[in-house]
Design a protein around this ligand. Structure first.
Ligand code: CA
Length: 707
């Protein structure tokens, strides 16, 4: 009952709102999106750990309503909260990484000089990517926000009051000054990843003086035009021209049009309203990060403040991304559907390679110490192999990748490779060498080496150089324990870790256990199958992930981390879709004689663990990765091994899906019958002899049919 009431409320909200931006009755895909999906989260239990980002796709500045009482709280907006404390410009990619450069505004009436906060209700809230509005009950003020890439327009509708105001908060350490109708200042907020002197310079123009209070008549509208720059106050004013002289409705209509166009690259049809809402909410999340960190100078050229050297540099830069998460499906999705965006991202990565020695693994905005692996190699390889990267940029990227295989960043342990000395000589990062999460590192470095070998080939590097990385890509075998048929810690002396529990999270692994990480041989699934003893044994091990109980050993962490709880409550044994390491696993049934088992699990995961409700994810969404899994899965295929140019087939969710590809080509996916099991899979009418598709074949434009 609750669900249907919420849906009715959401539909009503859309109808009431439709008059604001557009009068036309045409379908707006952006109105299927709820930005509240994933906001019913806290640090003990994540259903997404998202916030309702008011943004353009990949925009430099997002805005969000805030329910948190402290500017330090990463859980800025929680669905269950009752009060809104402010609206902030945000750059936060994840509550665990937190925000930087944020500042906020809060309208009020009556008393000022106190902590501002107001009760609100989701019944008087509209949360779309291009438009957010909420009624602040305590102040009788309606707030509406609409974005451009680096600016926003905020429309405030006040009641009759002789003391109305707008509080501007530059956050701790920042400053704001008022000059008539212009507020200007800067925020220095950060949680690392910035050089000395980092500032986000902001400007807010209004039609009233923002210092102090002013009188308003009932229904009086105050409009704020806000923008910022990481470069300079002058650049902030330049960025403000994105909105200056334009009405709220004009900016809102343009924002909606932009979202409709980006979301419209994939048109699904024939499914239920609920599936449409889930699909487009996931596609929205897949097109937010990494975000632009570059600005456009007075001559119209891209230019950026570099968080890597503190200088203003020419060209593109994108940031706010954990590659450990997003190499898996998010970047392959960009390469298929939005290659022009990834072209800018890759150019930005090449700029990073010129501005410092290391590629980032977790950037926000510069190097952050979070997670493991060296998966920038995958990000670079998948794009390069699909022809997205220029030769000059690829040379710079390759140099940085090679550097990363032999070094670890002096102050940020997750950039480069911790344990490279062992890995490059012994062939694995030992369990007893004092380096945490050593098996996970070995597995990811091995896959990353395979990616580097592909780039080396592409660049025509000497044979022995290609062979070096190719050989290292087999290092996963060094941590495979034939007796348990699982990955397991390996000591310096070659013996396996004792005692060993397949249920132990962390320790040799990263936010997972042996059941999750054993499948992280993305580039050599047939090799893993043979190592396990062949097809029946490989299939048994896949089956076992679901058969074993959802028990766990959390002694490495000393408490039950939220990812463990999210695995348990899903009722899928030890399958953990709420975290990223195992998200490709369901597709490994394509390497067995029972691929239909994968289709059943994939469909169950889509239908049961995803929705368009505030608790619509089953763990941290993580910058589009968990959403991109859904988008690919709904299309009926998935990139198990980015860099291979190959997809594994699954089970399409909609009777019809059309993907708009570059050059006016189209990929059309059709499904006859409800599924989830489809045996007759055809590409351009020819039945597939296996379960795999070439990205190159799809990108030419193709018809993929499932029966
Ligand atoms: Ca995660």
């Amino acid at each position: 009952m609750g669900t249907s009431m919420k849906r009715a409320a959401a539909v009503l909200a859309v109808c009431l709102f439709a008059g604001c931006c557009r009068e036309t009755p045409e379908e707006h895909l952006s109105d299927y999106v709820s930005t509240l999906v994933g906001t019913q989260s806290d640090w003990t239990f994540s259903t997404g750990n998202t916030y309702p980002a008011i943004a353009l796709p990949w925009g430099m500045n997002f805005w969000t309503p805030v329910t948190a009482g402290s500017e330090d709280d990463g859980w800025a907006y929680q669905y269950g909260a009752h009060r809104i404390t402010c609206f902030k410009q945000t750059h936060q990619p994840s509550p665990w990484i937190n925000d930087y450069g944020a500042f906020s505004i809060m309208p009020f009436t009556g008393d000022d000089g106190v902590e501002h906060a107001s009760w609100f209700s989701h019944k008087s809230e509209v949360a779309r990517p291009y438009y957010y509005s909420v009624y602040l009950a305590d102040y009788d003020v309606k707030v509406e926000i609409t974005p451009t890439e680096r600016a926003a327009v905020i429309r405030l509708t006040f009641p009759e009051s002789d003391r109305s105001g707008v509080a501007v908060n530059p956050f701790r350490g920042g400053e704001v000054a008022f000059d008539g109708n212009l507020a200007s200042g800067y925020s220095v907020q950060n949680h690392g990843g910035v050089p000395e002197g980092f500032r986000n310079y902001f400007v807010i123009k209004s039609d009233v003086p923002l210092e102090g209070t002013f009188a308003t008549a009932k229904g009086e509208v105050v409009t704020l035009y806000a923008a910022s720059s990481f470069i300079s106050p002058e650049q902030a004013l330049l960025n403000l021209t994105e909105v200056e002289g334009r009405s709220f409705d004009e900016v809102c209509a343009a924002a909606q049009e932009r979202w409709d166009s980006v979301l419209g690259r994939i048109r699904v049809s024939g499914g239920s309203e609920e599936r449409m809402r889930t699909f487009y909410s996931c596609l929205y999340r897949s097109t937010l990060f990494p975000r632009k960190f570059y600005e456009i100078d007075g001559d119209g050229n891209p230019v950026h403040y570099s968080p890597y050297n503190g200088k203003v540099e020419p060209g593109f830069l994108y940031t706010d991304n954990g590659f450990w998460d997003t190499f898996r499906a998010l970047f392959p999705l960009l390469n298929l559907v939005y290659p022009e965006v990834n072209a800018e991202i890759q150019a930005g990565l090449a700029n990073i390679a010129r501005e410092n020695d290391f590629l980032p693994e977790w950037a926000s905005p510069g190097h952050r110490d979070c997670m493991i692996g060296n998966n920038s190699a995958s990000i670079v390889a998948d794009a390069a192999l699909q022809g997205i990267t220029s030769r000059e940029d690829l040379e710079a990227l390759y140099k940085a990748l090679v550097h990363g295989t032999e070094n670890v960043h002096p102050s940020v342990g997750s950039s480069g490779r911790k344990g490279h000395e062992y890995y490059n000589t012994l062939g694995y990062v030992p369990y007893d060498a004092g380096i945490n999460e050593n098996v996970a590192r070995t597995l990811e470095y091995a896959y990353d080496d395979w990616c580097i070998a592909r780039i080396a080939e592409l660049l025509g590097r000497p044979e022995e150089e290609v062979a070096l990385y190719e050989n290292r890509s087999a290092n996963w075998r060094n941590v495979f324990d034939p007796s348990s048929r699982l990955m397991r810690g390996r000591n310096l002396d070659g013996s396996f870790q004792e005692p060993f529990s397949s249920y132990k999270w962390g320790d040799a692994f990263t936010e997972g256990n042996a059941w999750h990480y054993t499948w992280s041989v993305f580039h050599d699934i047939p090799g893993l199958r043979e190592a396990m003893g062949g097809e029946p044994s490989f299939r048994e091990m896949l089956d076992s992930v679901f058969r074993v109980p959802p028990v766990y050993d959390d002694s490495y962490y000393g408490f039950r981390i939220h990812e463990i709880t999210e695995m348990q409550v899903a009722d899928m044994g030890n399958y953990a879709h709420g975290n990223q390491p195992a998200q490709h696993m369901l597709y490994l049934y394509d390497w067995t004689e029972e691929p239909w088992k994968g289709q059943i699990h994939i469909r169950e995961t889509m239908d049961r663990l995803y929705s368009a409700a505030p608790d619509g994810y089953c763990g941290d969404e993580d910058n589009g990765q968990t959403s991109a899994w859904y988008v690919f899965s709904a299309l009926g295929f998935y990139p198990v091994c980015p860099g291979s140019g190959q997809y594994a087939v699954g089970t399409p969710l909609f009777p019809r899906a059309e993907v708009e590809l570059p050059g006016g080509r189209r990929l059309v996916v059709t499904a006859k019958g409800p599924g989830p099991v489809y045996n007759d899979i055809r590409l351009d009418g020819r039945r597939l002899h296996d379960r795999f598709l070439d990205a190159a074949a799809l990108k030419k434009g193709a018809k993929l049919s499932f029966r």
